[in-house]
Ligand binder design. Structure first.
Ligand SMILES: O=C(O)[C@H](O)CO
Length: 398
């Protein structure tokens, strides 16, 4: 007889859901999930316990979301030739769900700050235009929904570059087209959306923002994130005034005031026109990923939920992957975190709803060596943790 797990007075194999984030900079979520699965099988296998394992590489809507969705979909990244924030050629990746209905874009593949770190930044002229070909590729593929993950950008143009790439025109009071970039938006008189690709209005848009800042003001896109994109105090004033003017023109066109809405200051105001003109919805990233991957249903049947990330600390419990997983896990089931660094306090852990957290750290090593051995460490730590559980599960219940 197989040494099946006895839970809820029934015999069946132990069911494990593995739902990790990436270990940022060291391992993709899909590889972390595979390493955890090896650890689970090793531990339960050694105890003669059958294990049904579901792996679900996860993400919080930030960097790594494209890879996580591709991993979960079993899909390869597609690419398109486009331009970076400074207009230089770049090849950008995007993803398509197996049923072809959902497309995912990480905007930073085109307007990301790291792409332009080799040259002086140009905060007033940097543009989101390069996101356009990614969107068009998805529209050409016939998607019904676009998931746009934003942040880490070099742009503060209020998403106007993307809007133009999709066919809109930004005109000054003499009817002339404005040059690219947030620096010219103070001259904006009106938007001509007659040439806007109608498919862009027909699809559903969900935008995962990395911050909750509003479009303008002291906490706005230009004031808070402009300096990291090369904007000095004068540039910040110009960019903030430009975004304010954009909000005014959008309000005239749609009746919607986007100035104070949380999240619309992400990626230099990129979500503002998409929300006002295309009905885009700003959503918490981990919620978006959970919905797309049907994570709740997959976890519902689990006896044990394993999750993980590079660093598990107080911030992890504020909307990141571990936070989403512990909320989605069935009530009363153990949720175990495997992380490179576990820095939560005992009190934070107790309040978090996470059952236990284990660090993969194994003695002093160089960063390089830790990075090389990260997957082996994850596998080993998962196995080690599951050996204890397997022992418990294998013991006859009273
Ligand atoms: O891109 C940016 O401006 C920051 O990451 C905030 O979204």
């Amino acid at each position: 007889m197989s040494n099946a797990l006895q839970v809820h007075d029934q015999d069946f194999p132990v069911r494990v859901a593995i739902v990790p984030d990436s270990f940022k900079g060291s391992a993709r979520a899909v590889d972390v999930a595979a390493a955890m699965e090896r650890g689970v099988r090793d531990a339960f296998g050694a105890a003669g316990i059958e294990a049904t394992v579901h792996t679900l590489p996860f993400a919080d809507g930030g960097e790594g979301t494209l890879d996580a969705l591709l991993g979960a979909w079993g899909a390869e990244a597609l690419t398109v030739d486009t331009t970076d924030a400074l207009g230089r050629p770049v090849r950008a990746r995007y993803g398509l769900s197996p049923d072809g209905r959902t497309g995912v874009i990480e905007a930073a593949e085109a307007n990301g700050l790291p792409l332009v770190s080799d040259v002086p930044l140009r905060p007033l002229t940097a543009t989101t235009r390069g996101i356009g070909p990614l969107v068009t590729a998805l529209l050409d593929a016939g998607v019904e929904e676009i998931l746009l993950c934003i942040g880490g950008s070099a742009t503060t143009d209020g998403g106007t570059g993307l809007l133009r790439a999709l066919g809109a025109r930004l005109l000054d009071r003499d009817g002339r087209e404005l040059p690219d970039g947030g620096g010219s938006l103070t001259e904006l008189d009106r938007l001509d959306t007659s040439g806007l690709d109608p498919r862009a209005r027909a699809v559903r848009w969900r935008i995962a923002c990395d911050v909750t800042n509003p479009l303008v003001g002291d906490r706005g896109a230009a004031a808070v994130f402009g300096p990291q994109k090369g904007a000095g105090p004068d540039d910040v004033r110009v960019l903030d005034a430009g975004l304010d003017r954009l909000a005014e023109v959008l309000a005239q066109a749609t009746g919607e005031d986007v100035r104070d809405r949380p999240g619309l200051g992400a990626a230099g105001g990129l979500p503002a026109p998409l929300t006002a003109l295309l009905g885009a919805e700003v959503v918490p990233g981990s919620r978006m990923v959970a919905d797309v991957l049907d994570a709740e249903r997959l976890m519902a049947a689990a006896d044990l939920v394993l999750t993980g990330e590079g660093r598990f600390d107080g911030q992890s419990l504020g909307g990141k992957v571990v936070d989403a997983v512990r909320r989605l896990a069935p009530a009363g089931r153990p949720v175990v975190v495997i992380a490179g660094d576990v820095s939560v306090t005992p009190e934070e852990l107790r309040r978090s709803g996470v059952t236990a957290a284990f660090s993969t750290a194994r003695g002093p090593r160089t960063l390089e060596r830790m990075s090389e051995e990260v997957l082996a460490d994850i596998e080993w730590t998962t196995s080690n943790c599951c050996r204890l559980l397997a022992h418990h599960f294998a013991s006859p219940h009273a």
